[in-house]
Design a protein around this ligand. Structure first.
Ligand code: DX5
Ligand code: ZN
Length: 223
């Protein structure tokens, strides 16, 4: 909880034709990590991008990449994303026993990246329990996964508080990141409720001045 807070723009919302330029603007404004929304058209209906895009963008930034795997079969993407430059890899607990999540979290750690689990809005916060010994960060979805630009779901603030309390009972050093519908209007409340990392896509990249919007976010992200 005492680590600095982090603004992580989701590049899904950036203009694909001006991606590197828009990332430079966000970095100048204080963005400290890039969130990659990886979608396979199965786990979620939408389709986005794979490790190739991460590797290509690695040349334009020194900031860490966070790979959020919204896919049915994450095992075959872990190594390629870490090789492409991802510093953290996020797996969804909703996959349950269909894939060996604990084994994959150990594999992420062994490869030198930060193992992370994600919870969808309908998943009870307690579901994180079995994974806490294996993760460095937990991602809480505040929209249904699949699309950027959705409004933050009601009850998300209470879910941040509940999840923070569960995490703190195990290890307060585990970071909590919030993903979906984050705006300057709710950013401060989410940080004070216990989030350490805020992911924001459309609120960053749809802004008329991306750099200024990131500065605004960071000025509001005070504990
Ligand atoms: C949703 C993604 C989010 C989302 C963030 O499936 O995981 O990262 O795109 O974008 P905004 O901030 O537009 O909700
Ligand atoms: Zn995401």
């Amino acid at each position: 909880m005492n680590e600095p807070v982090i603004l992580a723009p989701s590049i899904l919302a950036a203009d694909p034709g001006r991606l590197a330029d828009q990332m430079k603007q966000a970095a100048r404004g204080g963005a400290a990590m890039w969130h990659l929304d990886v979608m396979d058209g199965h786990f979620v209906p939408n389709l986005s991008f794979g490790p190739h895009i991460c590797a290509g963008l690695r040349r334009y930034t020194e900031l860490p990449f966070d790979a959020h795997l919204m896919v049915d079969n994450p095992s075959r993407l872990i190594e390629p994303f870490i090789t492409a430059g991802a510093s953290s890899v996020v797996l969804h607990v909703e996959l349950g026993d269909s894939v060996p999540i604990p084994q994959m979290l150990r594999e992420i750690k062994a490869a030198g990246a930060l193992p992370t689990v994600s919870l969808c809005p309908q998943t009870p916060p307690e579901a994180v329990g079995p994974y806490l010994p294996l993760v460095g960060r937990v991602l809480l979805m505040s929209v249904e996964p699949g699309y950027g630009g959705q409004p933050l779901l009601p009850g998300s603030l209470e879910r941040v508080r509940a999840l923070r309390a569960i995490i703190d009972r195990f290890d307060p050093g585990i970071q909590l990141q919030l993903d979906g519908g984050v705006t300057p209007e709710n950013a401060g409340d989410m940080i004070r409720a216990g989030a350490d990392v805020l992911i924001a896509g459309s609120a960053v990249f749809d802004a008329p001045d991306i750099e200024a919007r990131c500065r605004e976010f960071i000025s509001l992200m005070k504990r």
